[in-house]
Design a protein around this ligand. Structure first.
Ligand code: KIV
Length: 275
């Protein structure tokens, strides 16, 4: 009689299949964003399961108020750097606003470019029923797709605010329906952003693919945060779903202050630091 070997979820490259196995086994999925090689290398070495090159790069890297202006070329540039750093983490590239909404062909071509030019494993896009045909075409052709429901920042100008979504029965029902539609279209996981914890739990129980929460409660199959928020590099953004694990703003600020002092006092470099 052969006894099935238990899966070691830590051992090798994370795949979309591995994420499904993690959901089934009740092993939570850890996810963070990254936009460059150095940070991605640190996250990968630390054992993060999934790195999203989010269109939040529009805020974090480019200093914009919204994610709207991010382009496919910019996403490809950042994703290439992140992919180079990752030996284990699964890398997902975020499709920018209007790179998948205009026509099915354009969505398909852009997703293909992002996969071919970066070496990422999957793409992510926002929306439910309206993007399902694009999701189906991509997944039928070997492009793994991660969905994104609830608060969808690319629709900020449509909604006018970043308030929580799914807080009334109609909205909650629509998000649930959209989640099922995305699963049926072949998505391998769905990000649920800023929805009530109960709704996050309901959707997680309803789907066989993993849910990744950001402000969607603890019952999701995994969690994602923007790395600059959780490390305290961004201090002007304080939603309640962010837990700060460090105050790097303060650490960096103090270090830069020390460096300036040393340079002004000619105490840097020392003779040991000179040739
Ligand atoms: O762009 C992004 O960083 C995201 C995550 C916050 C889910 O979409």
């Amino acid at each position: 009689m052969s006894i099935a070997k238990p899966i070691d979820f830590e051992d090798r490259k994370v795949t979309t299949l591995r994420l499904l196995q993690m959901k089934k086994a009740g092993v939570k999925i850890s996810c963070l964003t990254a936009y460059d090689y150095t940070i991605a290398k640190i996250l990968d070495n630390a054992g993060i399961d999934l790195i999203l090159v989010g269109d939040s790069l529009g805020n974090v890297v480019q200093g914009n108020d919204t994610t709207i202006s991010v382009t496919v070329d910019e996403t490809i540039y950042h994703t290439k750097a992140v992919v180079k750093a990752c030996e284990r983490a699964l890398v997902v590239a975020d499709m920018p606003f209007m790179s998948y909404q205009v026509t099915g062909d354009e969505a398909f071509r852009n997703a293909g470019r992002m996969m071919k030019e970066t070496g990422c494993t999957a793409i992510k896009l926002e929306g439910g029923a309206s993007v399902a045909p694009a999701v189906k075409r991509m997944t039928d052709s070997g492009i793994p797709v991660m969905g994104h429901l609830g608060l969808t920042p690319q629709s900020i100008n449509q909604f006018g605010s970043y308030r929580a979504r799914g807080t009334n029965p109609d909205e909650a029902e629509k998000i649930k329906n959209d989640a099922k539609i995305l699963e049926d279209a072949g998505a391998f996981a769905i990000v649920l952003e800023k929805i009530p914890a109960n709704l996050g739990r309901e959707i997680t129980e309803m789907l066989s693919i993993p849910t990744i929460g950001i402000g969607a409660g603890s019952q999701c199959d995994g969690q994602i945060l923007v790395y600059t928020d959780m490390l305290g590099l961004t201090i002007d953004f304080n939603p309640r779903f962010v837990r700060r694990y460090a105050n790097l703003q303060e650490t960096v600020n103090n270090s830069i202050g020390e460096y300036i002092k040393d340079v002004k006092a000619s105490s840097f470099p020392s003779s040991e630091e000179s040739y």
